[in-house]
Design a protein around this ligand. Structure first.
Ligand code: GRF
Length: 192
């Protein structure tokens, strides 16, 4: 059975959608580990409910990013995951993680990249009156939301929509597109 590790920092609705897709066999793999950099995150409760192992940590308890990423790499090496999935993980990965797993790490970002990288992408798109809003899934490199794009999906807006409506549509897209893309990547890996 293939294995996925998910990284999250907050609510974890994408984590839940990915887990559901493994149960429904949309994704032919299991989510074997949640890594969470915020011990108060709701995602941790979800992991307990799903029976998924969780490593929760506070970056401040470590001397440096290298130190906490070394600990993460050690835990990931116990699994040897086929794919590492960042789902609302609010940190840039450092070279420790990228050296160990580069090319096997993907991220989801709530904008049509290369537009609106970084924090509050939906707010940035609304403020700049973008005609389309959407979601991108991309490989992770050392930049912020800069890696090769794997999949995108969006919708037209005309300025009449509330932010809440837009966020709701973005999440709907994310919860479909991320599981589909993960399934596609894992299948591709099998057929090579
Ligand atoms: C998502 O909108 C994702 O695109 C962004 O962070 C959010 C995480 O939401 N990177 P959740 O924790 O999966 O509910």
């Amino acid at each position: 059975m293939k294995q996925i590790a998910v990284f999250a920092s907050g609510n974890g609705s994408n984590f839940a959608a990915i887990h559901a897709a493994t149960i429904n066999k949309v994704i032919d793999a299991e989510v074997a580990l949640l890594i969470c950099d915020n011990p108060d995150a709701y995602a941790i409760h979800r992991a307990a409910e799903f029976g998924i192992e969780c490593f929760a940590f506070k970056p401040k308890m470590f001397a440096s990013k290298v130190d906490y990423e070394t600990e993460i790499v050690a835990r990931l090496n116990q699994l040897d995951p086929d794919l590492i999935v960042l789902a609302g993980y609010m940190r840039i990965l450092g070279h420790t993680m990228l050296d160990a797993f580069g090319g096997r790490i993907i991220n989801i970002h709530p904008s049509l990249l290369p537009d609106f990288k970084g924090k509050d992408a939906i707010g940035q798109a609304i403020a700049s009156k973008a005609p389309r809003i959407g979601v991108s899934i991309h490989y992770v490199d050392e930049g912020m939301d800069t890696g090769t794009i794997i999949a995108q999906s969006g919708f037209a807006v005309d300025g009449s929509e509330s932010r809440a409506e837009i966020e709701c549509r973005v999440h709907e897209i994310e919860h479909q597109l991320y599981p589909q893309t993960i399934a596609m990547l894992l299948e591709k890996e099998t057929s090579v």
